[in-house]
Design a protein around this ligand. Structure first.
Ligand code: C2O
Ligand code: CU
Length: 552
């Protein structure tokens, strides 16, 4: 744990997993990286020293950074990379976030090794809206690649091929008992009978929604993405990449050992066996005198990998607290409405003189291309030619987005650095619509930087702009920074554009992000100093021509 922090070091270190070793860029030699522990409303300064061999940035996922996009982190969006050998101090400004968030690299696929939890405590450390827990546990779910994932991804993007699948998932860096050469280092969480713990769960996996369960123990979800929710009791839950959850777990079962396990949720591949469905596990272990059974007990409640209903229903059960201490402020006079299709596509490109077809993805049929000068700098300094403010509010064509039969013209997308400009304090509603183009429909964890939004509705099939708004929850919708858009379905969300800056929107599956499933919102200044972007810190990493060295 490193707060009050000062310095973190990015450096290669050696790790052995799944019977093979590799060197990987991590923070302070640990995987996952250190926990940043702050109190609500704090400002934390983190000085990142890059001692690796390529440029990197760090993002503080879920931290709103009011008026301070300079420290948000996504490369070529709000800054250029911190070059090897250089350092940069992030000023991390918290406002009303409380609970668990996380930080991760926001450059290429470096976040596979560079990530960790952020714990935001209530103002008076016991001020939780539930009984003070007896203890705390942090579990970070991640992906493990035996190879050098950035190298593999760069090659795949260059040739237009699919990106690599991870070799397994990990819990706090460990694959667990069911994977080769792993059982000696399975992660263990020790508990005392009768105590209640606050489990802080982070899904840092690169490309997978995960079901999570602990054998014989109820999970009471009390917080999501740094906001509290009305308690939801279940025996398993679904967490999408980017999300963070606060869960109460009471150690009330017979003294023994119990597996915590995840299973990849993948509704798209019922007949494919090219990914590893082996369960990743850790062990919850009671302290005390007893003779443990030969093997820990495995959860009987973990949904099967393609259990679409359980994934969708879980999200539908979420409600924000909406009490006096945690009021809701749901925009009701919408001034900007957007309807955004989220699609898998192809693009044609030139590969060594030949025209080839590459996998791509898009929002409203625009596949995002990172510029080589960051968008924030271009906006702030009025540098032209970096982006165009013409991201469309609606898809260019209306077809039956979720049918099994797509018109041919839907496969190809256009590429561009096209973004959306919002006026300060606009009340925004966005409906994301999943499509079945390529017959490649799947869930997409849609994440907005700089904000949390209210998820007012969701459903399967095509959004109906007459009947579906009637189903909206405008009383106590949950607040999130990352929401799972259900496959062949839609999700509706609202927020007030009260944080001026340059904010990335993207799918938190890295393969889709690499293929262009992202765009940017510029929120204009409000006309007074308190409603305008702050000035840049003096030491922003410069955008050199060499900084754009790797992916697109
Ligand atoms: Cu978790 Cu764009 O970030
Ligand atoms: Cu996606």
């Amino acid at each position: 744990e490193i707060f009050p922090v000062k310095i973190i070091q990015l450096k290669e270190a050696n790790f052995t997993r799944l019977c093979s070793s590799k060197s990987m860029l991590v923070v302070n030699e640990s995987f996952p990286g250190p926990v940043i522990r702050v109190t609500k409303g704090d400002t934390a300064y983190v000085n990142v020293h890059n001692q690796g061999d390529y440029g990197v940035t760090i993002h503080w996922h879920g931290v709103h950074q009011p008026r301070n996009p300079w420290s948000d982190g996504p490369e070529y969006i709000t800054q250029c990379p911190i070059e090897a050998g250089a350092n940069f101090t992030y000023e991390i400004i918290l406002s009303d976030e409380e609970g668990t968030l996380w930080w991760h690299a926001h450059s290429d696929w470096t976040r596979a090794g560079v990530h960790g939890a952020i714990v935001v405590l209530p103002l008076n450390k016991t001020g939780f809206p539930f009984p003070q827990p007896d203890g705390e546990e942090i579990v970070v779910l991640g992906s493990w690649y035996k190879g050098d994932v950035n190298e593999e991804v760069a090659e795949d993007l260059e040739s237009g091929a699919d990106t690599p699948r991870s070799d397994c998932y990990v819990m706090n860096g460990q694959p667990g008992d069911f994977l080769p050469c792993s059982s000696d280092s399975t992660y263990r969480w020790q508990v005392d009978y009768g105590k209640t713990y606050l489990l802080r769960l982070v899904n840092a996996a690169m490309n997978a929604e995960l079901f999570f369960a602990i054998a014989q123990h109820n999970l009471t979800l009390v917080g999501l993405d740094g906001s509290y929710v009305k308690p939801v009791v279940s025996d398993s839950l679904m967490i999408t990449p980017g999300q963070t959850m606060d869960i109460l777990v009471t150690a009330n079962q017979p003294l023994g050992r119990y597996y915590m396990a995840t299973r990849q949720y993948d509704s798209t591949r019922p007949d494919v066996t090219d990914y590893d469905q082996t369960n990743v596990t850790a062990i919850l272990e009671y302290r005390g005198n007893y003779t443990p059974s030969a093997a820990p007990i495995f959860p009987s409640s973990l949904p099967i990998y393609d259990d679409f209903n359980s994934a969708v229903t879980f999200t539908k059960r979420l409600r924000s607290l909406a009490d006096n201490d945690h009021p809701v402020d749901i925009p009701k006079n919408i001034t900007t409405r957007m309807y955004i299709t989220v699609t898998m596509n192809t693009v044609e490109f030139d590969y060594e003189g030949e025209t080839k077809t590459a996998l791509a993805s898009s929002l409203n049929n625009v596949s995002w291309i990172n510029p080589s000068t960051d968008v924030l700098l271009a906006y702030y300094r009025n540098i032209s030619g970096v982006y165009t403010p013409d991201f469309p509010d609606y898809p260019p064509n209306f077809y039956n987005f979720t049918s099994d039969d797509m018109p041919d013209y839907t496969t190809e997308t256009v590429q561009g650095t096209r973004l959306k400009v919002l006026n300060y304090n606009e009340e925004v509603e966005i409906v994301f619509q999943g499509t079945n183009v390529f017959d490649a429909s799947e869930d997409h964890p849609m994440h907005l930087h700089g904000y949390t939004f209210y998820v007012v509705g969701s459903g399967v099939g095509n959004f109906d702009n007459v009947s579906d708004p009637e189903t909206y929850n405008l009383v106590d919708p949950p607040k999130m920074n990352t929401v799972s858009l259900p496959k062949k379905g839609w999700v509706a969300l609202r927020f007030r554009a009260s944080n001026p800056g340059v904010w990335l929107w993207h799918c938190h599956l890295d393969r889709h992000l690499s293929w262009g499933m992202d765009t940017v919102f510029i929120v204009r200044d409000g006309g007074t100093p308190e409603t305008s972007i702050r000035g840049p810190p003096p030491n922003m990493p410069p955008c050199t021509s060499s900084s754009k060295i790797r992916l697109m």
